[in-house]
Design a protein around this ligand. Sequence first.
Ligand code: HEC
Ligand code: HEC
Length: 419
Amino acid sequence: MKIDVIIIGLIAALSGLYALHSTFGFLGAGAGLAVMVTYALLLKVKSKKTEEKTLFQNIRFKIPIVIIIGGAIWVLAGKFNFPVWWQIEFVSFVLVGFFFFTLLDLKTLTLEKSNFDWVKRLLATYALASGIFIGVTAQLPQFDPMLELAKLNRPPIKLSGLAGPEVIAAGRDVFENNKCFNCHKVFWEGNSDRGPNLGTKQIGLYSEDYIKEQILDPRKKQSPGFDDPKSIKAMPTYYGDDLDEDSLGALVSYLKTLRDPTHMPVEGKFGDQWTWWDDKDIVAEGQTVFEGTHPATEGLTCAVCHGKDGTPMMTGALDFRNENNTDTTKIEGDHTDKLLKDWPDDLWYRRVTRGVPNTPMAPWGMIFEHLYLWKAEAYARTFHDPLEKRTAKRPVPPVPTKEEIESWKTKEMFLDPLL
Ligand code: HEC
Ligand code: HEC
């Protein structure tokens, strides 16, 4: 009994001192008091006669505890936005604990007969534990000091104004080293869909200023589909401190290359995504481009030739109201028989960015930013396929493969220079 009194006395004295010393002291003292009362109550509970439990009883007693603790840790880790792999790891630790405590509660071992016996047991346990530890850790990715040192000692990136392949490659390194892949996929690459897929979203269509701002101040403008409470705060705000000016410049150069000439950009969170064809904000902005009132495309008015209400103002200009219209025959070696309503995205893009030679349909993509041309296309389609009459959204295209992405370059599907 004596030792218990000493412990309670100690807690009381410490809580008292704490109460005197700190402004939060009363809270501390209150907590101390609570511990004292609990401790005293526990002492009052008569201890039952101890008897050995069977392995089965032991496990039955522990399983509900493991489920509760495991569940609580899973939910808590989720609340703190840990990736799912971490959640699994945390819960595995609980399972290891379960195994460990079950082992501890096994039947008492028979008494050792000689000194030699216990030394043998101790060494065997030590060898087994070390063996498991080394065996498991050897399977994990290894720390390579030379590699890490090389990363640290790498000379700072120098831009000297131009975004050649070296700068883009350096920018990709910045993306990798700052673990952007942990939240952002880039087409098929990356580890999780917590943030938008910067490839299918085609972040490269946006201006450098926009991309920079989204990295430095990600809370300012939420990515469409990412305005739930969990995503709003997910993107870290420290990149402004972590990235020097040249690294940021290189990173933006790399992001500017993320485009897809074969599909409309995709918005939204994985599982609930949509393309710009069905995005009412994009279509509304596209209308201003089409009608010539968008400040970013001053001088471009599709409506001058194609008509504000879709009635062509110029003979030969495509009538978007007729879904059965066909593709031009004026481009040698590039013609499709598909009706307007079935036109693939890449045909829309190619015709509007490259135009139809020797007609007033100019290669608008050489003059105006493609970001806005895609939006104008999304609007042009509404003349024969009004947004409010659609029964279903266009399916989100599959993420392009590495080979497809390579082929865009070799088939020269991008314009040079790209706007
Ligand atoms: C912990 C997760 C996480 C990390 C790490 C992260 N992001 Fe993000 N990021 C998000 C989320 C979630 C969003 C969408 C919500 C928002 O707009 O803030 C986002 C948005 C963005 C956007 C804006 C997209 C748009 O629609 O305009 C850009 C650009 C971006 N991130 C770039 C980066 C870059 C570059 C890095 C690495 C330097 C990075 N992110 C690291 C989670 C992350
Ligand atoms: C100066 C007049 C003019 C302007 C401005 C114009 N177009 Fe055209 N457009 C034409 C003409 C003429 C054709 C028909 C070309 C031909 O003879 O095949 C055409 C054809 C098209 C076609 C069909 C190409 C094909 O395969 O048949 C699309 C799509 C199109 N325009 C979209 C647009 C969009 C979107 C804009 C605005 C960004 C725009 N046009 C601006 C005159 C114009």
